[in-house]
Design a protein around this ligand. Structure first.
Ligand SMILES: *[C@@H]1O[C@H](CO)[C@@H](O)[C@H](O)[C@H]1NC(C)=O
Ligand SMILES: *[C@@H]1O[C@H](CO)[C@@H](O)[C@H](O)[C@H]1NC(C)=O
Ligand SMILES: *[C@@H]1O[C@H](CO)[C@@H](O)[C@H](O)[C@H]1NC(C)=O
Ligand SMILES: *[C@@H]1O[C@H](CO)[C@@H](O)[C@H](O)[C@H]1NC(C)=O
Ligand SMILES: *[C@@H]1O[C@H](CO)[C@@H](O)[C@H](O)[C@H]1NC(C)=O
Length: 373
């Protein structure tokens, strides 16, 4: 009896707290903030040739409705643009052959605050099919095929995880031994660590977007990052030095406060963004979840800062609903819209229809906040 009352009171407290937090968030994310940075990012990034080069217009997404939005604040003091150091592009043969290096049409939502994506309602039940009214949005005007044959739904909250010095050290040992390791038992991270240590890791502030196990975090700590911040929906406690964790909602609140705002030298994301918006992990159904998260990344990365992004690459675009998106010539240029694509670390694109086999890190640099370089 006492236990039931206790749980009920606890539930009420949690609901009220969440409601208050929500209100607070609507307030801080309101229109006032938007007015302070009313620029159309797509027009703006097209004005930034990198090493004298502006890529030709994309042909596959002409007149397609895409709503990614904007950053509501500047990633430089006083909203100025600074000179950025961009590495020369190392063209990837598959990217060349499939016209990945192209400039998409402007975004259709030049005033939408991309952080509002975190306010959409969570997916509480397994959504097995894309609703009719969102079909054109998910498929980019019916240009990307969908397959429904394989589905999953995360029904329970991820149990609060506890990252300790010991659990991190286990991974760090594997990094020192250069083993295949981590959630995907892969060696994909080593070229990034080796080639970008001084530019993006040593004494740099790093963020990791979407993690279940801290394998990337451990590698960055092993390579002497000054701090590593993991942004993840699950509740995670970290007692490891220099390793911090935060949920996207708390992170959004912090970023919206100019005094608490953080800018990172590098952002890392492995096998996360392709899920964003499909509802598999109880995330809100959102046809443009992946694009909006990319906008959020431009907001938290220093101008010219590095993004190491891994999503499944294939010469044929595909949506395996609700598992993931597979990125090809249609969606990839939209995903990379505000970034300079430096290189593909590892194999290029898979070319068997539906095959999600290749998932190398692609090295990108943030164009937002830069003037011509
Ligand atoms: C979708 O494609 C059709 C036919 O190709 C075209 O007429 C229509 O304008 C497109 N819709 C949008 C929103 O771009
Ligand atoms: C879906 O696309 C249509 C245009 O084709 C647009 O009017 C509508 O707002 C989009 N829906 C969402 C949720 O973005
Ligand atoms: C995490 O694990 C450590 C070591 O086992 C323990 O001391 C600490 O209390 C745990 N923290 C939480 C929040 O569970
Ligand atoms: C990193 O920072 C430490 C402490 O400030 C300093 O001793 C070291 O020289 C720095 N290393 C590099 C490569 O800048
Ligand atoms: C990290 O720091 C340790 C201790 O200072 C040093 O031995 C190691 O070489 C550094 N690693 C890198 C990648 O700089």
């Amino acid at each position: 009896m006492m236990k039931t009352i206790y749980i009920t009171i606890l539930a009420i407290i949690i609901i009220v707290t969440l409601a208050l937090l929500q209100c607070g968030m609507y307030e801080t994310l309101g229109d006032d903030k938007l007015k302070s940075f009313p620029i159309d990012l797509s027009v703006y990034t097209r004005q930034i040739p990198v090493h004298g080069l502006v890529d030709p217009a994309c042909s596959r997404t002409k007149n397609v409705y895409v709503c990614a939005g904007i950053c509501p604040w500047s990633n430089t003091p006083n909203n100025e643009r600074i000179a950025c150091f961009f590495l020369p592009r190392k063209p990837n043969p598959d990217f060349v052959a499939n016209n990945i290096y192209c400039t998409p049409d402007p975004d259709q939502c030049p005033s939408y605050n991309a952080w509002l994506k975190d306010d959409l309602p969570q997916t509480r039940q397994h959504i097995q099919r894309i609703p009719d009214n969102l079909m054109s949005n998910f498929t980019l005007n019916y240009s990307i095929p969908i397959d429904y044959s394989n589905q999953q739904f995360r029904t329970t909250d991820t149990w609060p995880a506890n990252w300790t010095i010991e659990s991190i050290e286990k991974y760090r040992k594997q990094v020192r031994a250069r083993e295949s390791y981590g959630s995907y038992n892969s060696k994909d991270i080593y070229p990034a660590l080796d080639n970008y240590a001084s530019l993006a890791i040593i004494n740099k502030t790093c963020a990791v977007i979407g993690t279940e196990n801290p394998w990337i975090e451990a590698a960055l700590l092993e390579y002497n990052a000054s701090s590593v911040t993991t942004i993840e929906y699950a509740t995670i406690y970290s007692s490891a030095p220099r390793l911090y964790t935060i949920t996207p909602m708390d992170f959004a609140r912090k970023q919206n406060n100019a005094k608490e705002r953080q800018l990172f030298d590098s952002v890392w994301s492995y096998s996360s963004i392709e899920h964003d918006g499909l509802g598999r992990y109880r995330d809100p159904l959102n046809p443009y979840g992946d694009f909006q998260t990319m906008i959020k990344i431009t907001c938290i990365l220093k101008p010219g800062g590095f993004l190491f992004l891994s999503v499944p690459l294939n010469t044929h675009d595909f949506i395996q609903f609700n598992l993931h998106r597979i990125y090809g010539p249609i969606r990839l240029p939209l995903l990379y819209r505000h970034f300079h694509v430096v290189e593909v670390l590892g194999s290029g694109m898979a070319n068997r229809h539906g095959d999600s086999g290749t998932q190398p890190f692609v090295v990108l640099q943030n164009k937002i906040g830069c003037n011509s370089a």
